[in-house]
Design a protein around this ligand. Structure first.
Ligand SMILES: [Zn+2]
Ligand SMILES: [Zn+2]
Length: 140
């Protein structure tokens, strides 16, 4: 079996992602599995030097602060990362607008009784003051 990139060199194994035979030069070990450089470059597999726990943390914390996909970018899966980043930011903006609108409605409902009191109280005060003034003038 020869390497699919280097037909003159014997393969040391097959890529666990695409199944092609690969030589020692083309093979990259990712967490105990052999993969070819093409698959690694294409983002089919994560970079070998990326710690899964770190990637998990970055994805989790980044996502919480509105930057989902940072973990994917960190391990070199750029396409997945950017896609998640864009979708998550869009979602966050839409969610923020909806929450703001709902809050405005709730605050509005809370204001209704206060407004009702003002709406009745001010005319009542004004009318009473007017009536009293007129009565005062009539009596003097
Ligand atoms: Zn491959
Ligand atoms: Zn090779």
């Amino acid at each position: 079996m020869k390497c699919y990139v280097h037909p003159e060199i014997d393969a040391v194994g097959t890529c666990t992602s695409c199944g092609n035979a690969i030589c020692g030069e083309c093979a990259v070990e990712v967490r105990g599995k052999l993969v070819c450089r093409d698959c690694l470059a294409a983002g089919q597999v994560s970079s070998p030097d990326r710690d899964p726990n770190t990637a998990f943390l970055i994805e989790l914390v980044g996502g919480f602060f509105g930057f989902l996909g940072l973990g994917y970018l960190y391990v070199g899966r750029t396409n997945d990362g950017i896609l998640r980043l864009i979708i998550w930011i869009l979602y966050d903006v839409i969610a923020a607008i909806i929450i703001a609108l709902l809050l405005a409605v709730i605050v509005g409902f809370v204001c209704i009784p206060i407004q009702l009191v003002i709406q009745i109280g001010v005319p009542l005060w004004s009318a009473t003051a007017l009536k009293n003034e007129l009565l005062d003038r009539a009596s003097t």
